[in-house]
Design a protein around this ligand. Structure first.
Ligand code: PEP
Ligand code: MN
Length: 341
């Protein structure tokens, strides 16, 4: 339920509502909107007594939150959220561009790409140190050594670091080095991991599971928000369909849908979403035109030598060219792209 306060509600009125909500066994979340304050009562909706809060001082009305997710919903927070993490801003007219290799492979590989994407206007560096691979025989990542290299790349370029965490046990370690905790598609419904990232002070990038509905994805985001982490970005990276001409099917309709239902910013991953380098720039441009708040793309100095996902990675030159074109699309929809903002 949402308790909408009157414009002239006092601090005591708000405290009174928060206390009453907590006494009903629900969690009270106070949200300061541009117009007025609402207090959300999060938890079981059908608690007896919640409706009588409408007669408390300073209360305008008590409304149900119809969406299954609560903290993520636009009903609770009508203004879009913006996520900041060091050099990266996602939302509020700024399209954050997260670029870099699929995996951190070596010091010189990472530094070369970090400097190249920075020069082309990327706002953050991506790179997996812990890799969730489909096959146990594939390269599993450099782990903590990879995290140290990412921190060194941030030192050298000033770019924020986006890297994946695959296990709740690693959350603390990854958070020591990363600016953004990426939760991969394969882990979207790893609820213990979502809870651990919910307790973590770093923003989260939550990828959509390849077989998850949008509602399941938003409920996964709700776990992180419910843990107290307000800085959640959604990432559409494509879903499994019967189609075989792309690695996954990238539904750009997720952008307007998510924006109609939630305040969370949405980032598009056209690299995993297509699985083919030549398709990435077209889908990146389309994502910006559709209203996405960010892009995450794979870039490698030598894609045919990459230890993972080389077939969908751009060269430094291809990334530079893509950025030029994306910047023009961003300008056409009154947004700024990457570090130009
Ligand atoms: C990745 O970003 O390299 C990755 C493993 O992505 P996803 O979780 O979307 O498959
Ligand atoms: Mn990858």
């Amino acid at each position: 339920m949402i308790v909408v306060m009157k414009r002239n509600a006092s601090a005591e009125d708000i405290d009174h509502i928060v206390k009453n909500i907590e006494e009903l066994g629900l969690k009270a979340v106070t949200i300061q909107g541009t117009e007025r304050i609402v207090v959300a009562a999060v938890g079981e909706e059908r608690v007896a007594g919640i409706n009588s809060l409408e007669s408390s001082p300073g209360v305008d009305e008590v409304l149900p939150i119809l969406a299954p997710y609560k903290l993520a919903s636009l009903e609770l927070k009508p203004e879009p959220s913006t996520v900041h993490a060091g050099s990266l801003t996602v939302g509020n007219g700024q399209i954050g561009v997260i670029a870099g290799p699929c995996s951190v492979e070596s010091e010189d590989q990472l530094m070369e790409t970090a400097h190249a994407v920075k020069k082309s206007g990327a706002s953050a560096l991506r790179g997996g140190a812990f890799k969730p691979r489909t096959s146990p025989y594939s390269f599993q990542g450099l782990k903590e050594e990879g995290l140290k290299l990412l921190a060194e790349a941030r030192e050298q370029t000033g770019l924020a670091i986006v890297t994946e965490v695959v296990s709740p046990d690693d959350v603390e370690l990854v958070a020591e080095y990363a600016d953004v905790m990426q939760i991969g598609a394969r882990n979207m419904q790893n609820y213990r991991l979502l809870e651990a990232v919910g307790r973590c002070p770093r923003p989260a990038l939550l990828k959509r599971g390849p077989s998850a509905t949008v509602d399941e994805w938003l409920l996964a985001a709700e776990y992180i928000l419910d843990g107290g982490n307000e800085n959640v970005m959604l990432c559409e990276r494509g879903i499994r369909t019967y189609e075989a001409h792309t690695r996954f099917t990238l539904p750009l309709a997720s952008v307007p849908y998510v924006k109609a239902k939630t305040h969370l910013p949405i980032v598009i991953d056209p690299s995993h979403g297509t699985g083919h380098t030549y398709m990435v720039p077209a889908l990146a441009r389309a994502a910006i035109a559709a209203g996405a708040d960010g892009l995450i793309v794979e870039v490698h100095r030598n894609p045919d030598k990459a230890l993972s996902d080389g077939y969908q990675s751009m060269t430094h030159e291809q990334f530079e060219e893509m950025m030029g074109k994306c910047r023009r699309i961003a300008g056409a929809v009154d947004r700024s792209l990457g570090s130009e903002g």
